[in-house]
Design a protein around this ligand. Structure first.
Ligand SMILES: *Cc1c(COP(=O)(O)O)cnc(C)c1O
Length: 356
């Protein structure tokens, strides 16, 4: 049976990236050694790390003055590294869900935190609008895609203070105007690579503005100055990430990827709206994520939730159970998820409806 991997993270990766990783585990770059056993300072691995960075720059059209670094610790460590490096007195945060909250909580260790707006009143099923960011904030932090609640900020906003974005779950899903951000970061395990590597795209001139001393490993400058080789980087995830970016480039880059992602998301949202058994949790089309599509049973069919879940499992649908804070279902339609998988889920929903 074909399986269709809708996992929210770690999630589906391109087949070519996995195949190349298998080869590199056996014999990396004709060294006769596994990539698991080569030095991160070998010329062969430095070539991989450099290539991963240059593909980042090329695909996202990153302007001069920015550096891409590969770190450990996940996006969750960035929640602390950001205020450590950027928060002098006051920071502003947009509260759009679980991850945004976790980021905000860490900033409180370092100074005053202003929650400029929140969508908590409706269980985070929309993106707040019409708020004001304090002009004396050291930075404004947003979470562009809310993986758990299925909302997304799909444009690059103008902001009078430095803008910092968690793009863990939508990086490379659309073109981004990097020049609008001082820092973009994320864990790898959604659209980039296996778990274990964290990326940060840092505007170099944005650093060095806080008065506190910063421990070496927490200081972005350390990793910038050492080309992500101050300590041993996550070698294997960086390799797979590089292969993922090669796949993306061959496919036509982020603009083409976005076209495909929008098409996939529309196929699924349309079916959720058409099918009498289901309703989407995010009403406003503009706020709907194209990466994590959340839906629940229509009120009159609540008791069919488990039946549908079992039916979908039998049809090969993996990972569509909704997060416990939303319930229902969540289909993650990341870059590497084929359109055929979305079609298979839609067919499953139709078939289930026809039996009821
Ligand atoms: C998955 C996720 C995180 C957490 O990433 P880790 O690498 O596990 O720390 C943070 N933010 C968002 C938006 C996520 O989707």
């Amino acid at each position: 049976m074909n399986v269709h991997n809708f996992n929210a993270g770690p999630s589906v990766l391109p087949e070519s990236a996995i195949k190349e990783t298998i080869k590199a585990i056996e014999n990396f770059a004709n060294t006769g050694m596994s990539i698991l056993s080569v030095s991160h300072r070998s010329k062969e691995f430095i070539a991989v790390s450099d290539m991963a960075e240059s593909l980042f720059k090329e695909l996202l059209d990153i302007p001069d003055g920015y550096k891409v670094v590969f770190l450990g610790g996940g996006a969750s460590t960035q929640f602390m590294m950001i205020p450590y490096n950027y928060l002098n007195k006051k920071a502003a945060y947009l509260n759009t869900g679980t991850w945004a909250n976790k980021a905000l909580k860490e900033a409180k260790f370092f100074g005053e935190v202003v929650e400029v707006a929140s969508s908590k009143d409706k269980n985070y099923n929309y993106i707040p609008k019409g708020y004001t960011v304090p002009s004396d904030a050291d930075y404004f932090h947003i979470t562009t895609n809310n993986t758990i609640f299925g909302t997304e900020i799909k444009h690059d906003m103008d902001c009078k203070v430095p803008l910092i974005a968690d793009m863990s779950s939508d990086i490379f899903s659309r073109p981004v105007d990097v020049s609008k951000y001082d820092l973009i970061y994320g864990g790898a395990q959604k659209n980039f690579a296996p778990a274990g590597v964290t990326f940060a795209i840092v505007k170099i001139s944005s650093l060095g503005k806080v008065s506190r001393a910063i421990p070496t490993m927490i200081d972005y400058k350390t990793h910038i100055e050492n080309d992500s080789m101050f300590n041993t980087p996550p070698v294997l995830p960086i390799f797979t990430g590089m292969e993922t970016l090669k796949w993306l480039k061959n496919l036509g880059g982020v603009k083409e990827m976005n076209r495909i992602n929008v098409e996939k998301a529309n196929i699924l949202y349309n079916e959720i709206e058409r099918n009498k058994l289901f309703i989407p949790t995010v009403e406003n089309h503009e706020d709907r994520s194209i990466m994590n599509i959340c839906f629940v049973m229509n009120e009159n069919y609540k008791e069919l939730e488990k039946d549908f879940s079992d039916f979908a499992t039998k049809k090969g649908m993996i990972g569509i159970k909704g997060h416990r804070s939303v319930g229902g279902f969540r289909a993650s339609t990341y870059n590497a998820l084929p359109k055929e998988s979305v079609q298979a889920l839609v067919d499953t929903m139709k078939e289930f409806e026809s039996k009821k």
